[in-house]
Design a protein around this ligand. Structure first.
Ligand code: ADP
Ligand code: MG
Length: 650
């Protein structure tokens, strides 16, 4: 699972965001000849502009060894301005970052976009030198890497800079690249087929070796097939061959056999007299390659064979052309494979620079699930190598699931003990924070009953003062003394009957935090409020007031429980989508108040008639981190709720 922070997990409003893009586009006579890399960068940039960031873009272009006017990013700024429909200011400075650049950045307004000069104008860039990394870090608060094509490089602008920046994320392009490439390498849907081609075996040794561990079918075409054919004893004429890789080819054929991988080589080829388009050529079987000919494409029978085998696959990855596709006479094999992928219902992923170019040339790129924008990077990913430009990005916070039972005014101390003894051995409290919120009178007994487990006990209410003439109330210290660690605050039944207000809830939250109790803060709307359409506004208000004067660090540990008051004991039920909608709105308010670090960490529970039947679906929602369980919390079915195996997407 991809667990790096993305631009969806950070809040950039008013912040300076440095975005490393891959604007290394092909150029011809000073003009951009293919804008794909500019276009695939737009989604992330637009998102950051919309969110009110001050967007500072950077990239390399070509391989200059220092300042070089032929590698200026000026043409990129021009195209970006058109696509973004906003002025992208180009800061043409040979030092990339300088005092003049800093001055420009300090003048930026929210939503402004600037583009820095080619990062390779700085000699430190490719050596990952600290001085340039520090310069880049000095002009930003947040760093976003979206340059997939350079993610396999450990340079200042792709890796080093992150050592000096606190908040980092990847952009949508890298997120998408990893998502699709992962579908091939990690838990793919089988049958999985890989088709490899291109000129040389030596370029793809680790790809072949790694994919043999993952795939059901491995097809080899292109120039590299001849080393394999030779390994099998065929005479290959003047075809391209790497003698020193023949042993490796033999090993791979054996490995395929051991692993039960279906391994396919061409059965016929297009043999040509010379390595050029206009030459004599003919389709021959592999046991009839003339000694003075060389193979430049797969043959017609092979095209059919490959296409036929691919029909069975659910996942297909393709890297490397089947022939010298740059020459029209030898492009047919590559076209046939491109058509087979385009017509397939499988997840289809294409990696490698020339393969992607071939697809674009044939006009079938849009029919492929994912065409990688990074040649080298996609190959390293398929080799199973971790990409440094992605490794350096901060991880998404994983929130431990909380399942809290609210026993309300039920269960005497002996009943509490009996219930806990009957169920505690069945509960998975390794992967869940399990809490019994019991009546005050039963806390001591419950604490004792759970003492040989990691299960915790909570109270259901407390006063916001330490002591005094408040008949019937209990204080935070009393709860702590009894051994409880959590306290439910602002439960809807308390808002309803004793008339607890938002302000009182806030005072209680502050006191609980001061004393070291973890508050489970309840919020929720009533039926008439939902019907008036003010749910979200009300939820926002309740959250904001409850968290007044709570710091970002403190807020991370607070637990919020959303209870649709209208759906409790009324027979009406909130749908999973309604529950998720409100929980995600709560997380948004927390993010507005405290930023992404807090909103990523805080647990938000759902608390409207959670039971053994619906827990799994509810807990699998992105913003629902567990449940506050009422009635089912004193029944054997509590086991099903705690132990359900919800899985969250991406
Ligand atoms: P990718 O960039 O997709 O990873 P490669 O760079 O490995 O692909 O290989 C592409 C090159 O392989 C193309 O330039 C193509 O002309 C060459 N090639 C393919 N088949 C043959 C062949 N039979 N003989 C010589 N070169 C070939
Ligand atoms: Mg290539």
């Amino acid at each position: 699972m991809f667990n790096k922070k993305t631009v969806d997990n950070i809040s950039v409003s008013g912040k300076r965001v440095l975005v490393r893009c891959d604007f290394n586009v092909p150029m011809k006579d000073g003009a951009i000849s293919d804008e794909t890399r500019i276009i695939t960068a737009l989604r992330t940039i637009k998102k950051l502009i919309e969110d009110g960031g001050k967007v500072i873009l950077c990239s390399h272009l070509k391989k200059p060894k220092g300042p070089d006017p032929t590698a200026t990013l000026a043409p990129i700024a021009e195209r970006l301005s058109v696509y973004l429909e906003t002025d992208v200011k180009f800061l043409d400075d040979d030092n990339v970052v300088s005092d003049a650049v800093r001055a420009e950045v300090s003048k930026m307004k929210d939503g402004d976009v600037i583009l820095l000069q080619n990062t390779r104008f700085r000699h430190e860039e490719t050596k990952n030198g600290e001085s340039f990394s520090k310069d880049l870090a000095s002009i930003c608060d947040i760093y976003v890497n979206d340059a997939f094509g350079t993610a396999h490089r450990k340079h200042c602008s792709t890796a080093g800079v992150t050592e000096f920046i606190k908040e980092t994320a990847v952009g949508y392009l890298i997120e998408k690249e990893i998502k699709y490439l992962s579908r091939v390498v990690n838990n793919p849907i089988s049958p999985v087929a890989a088709i490899l081609g291109g000129a040389k075996v030596s370029d793809k040794i680790n790809v072949i070796n790694n994919l043999l561990e993952k795939v059901d079918i491995l097809i080899i075409g292109g120039g590299m097939a001849f080393t394999f054919l030779k390994a099998q004893g065929y005479e290959i004429g003047n075809s391209i061959i790497e003698e020193e890789k023949i042993d490796f080819a033999k090993q791979m054929i054996e490995k395929a056999e051991e692993k039960g991988v279906k391994f396919l080589l061409p059965v016929d080829i297009v043999a040509a007299k010379e390595f050029k388009n206009d030459t004599e050529f003919k389709n021959v079987d592999i046991d009839a390659i003339p000694a003075d000919y060389l193979g430049l494409d797969i043959g017609e029978k092979t095209q059919e064979l490959f296409a036929d085998v691919l029909k069975d696959a659910e996942t297909i990855v393709w890297n490397g052309p089947m022939g010298v596709f740059e020459m029209p006479n030898f492009a047919k094999g590559t076209m046939a494979v491109a058509r087979a992928l385009a017509g397939s219902t499988a997840t289809t992923v294409v990696g490698g620079g020339d393969s992607a170019a071939a697809l674009t040339k044939i006009g079938l790129a849009s029919k492929i699930s994912h065409v990688s924008t990074g040649g080298g990077a996609s190959l390293e990913f398929l080799e199973g190598t971790a990409l440094p430009g992605i490794m350096v990005i901060g991880d998404k916070v994983t929130r431990k699931r909380v399942v809290a039972a609210n026993w309300k005014m039920n269960m005497t101390p002996p009943e509490a003990v009996q219930f806990i003894h009957s169920i505690k051995g069945l509960l998975n409290y390794e992967d869940n924070e399990v809490i019994f919120c019991v009546p005050a009178m039963s806390i001591t007994a419950a604490v004792k009953a759970v003492s040989d487990t990691d299960i915790s006990v909570g109270a259901q209410n407390m006063h916001f003062l330490d002591s005094g003439a408040y008949t019937g109330e209990i204080s935070a210290d009393m709860i702590l003394d009894a051994g409880a660690k959590y306290v439910i605050l602002g439960h809807s039944e308390r808002r309803e009957y004793p008339g607890e207000t938002n302000d009182v809830v806030n005072k209680k939250v502050l006191k609980a935090i001061e004393k070291g109790l973890i508050p489970i803060v309840c919020i929720g709307e009533k039926l008439e409020q939902r019907e008036q359409g003010v749910t979200i506004e009300l939820i926002r208000l309740q959250t904001k007031v409850a968290f007044q004067n709570v710091t970002a660090e403190q807020a991370k540990n607070v637990i919020i429980a959303y209870e649709p008051v209208w759906a409790i004991g009324t027979g009406k039920t909130a749908t999973t989508e309604q529950a998720e909608e409100v929980c995600s709105a709560i997380r948004r308010v927390i993010r507005e108040m405290y930023g992404a670090n807090t909103s990523d960490a805080i647990r938000i529970l759902y608390g409207g008639s959670v039971n053994g039947g619906n827990a799994n679906e509810l807990f699998s929602m992105r913003n629902i981190d567990g449940g506050l369980v009422g009635g089912a919390g004193i029944k054997p079915e509590f086991e099903q709720i705690v132990n359900c195996e919800s899985r969250k997407e991406g």
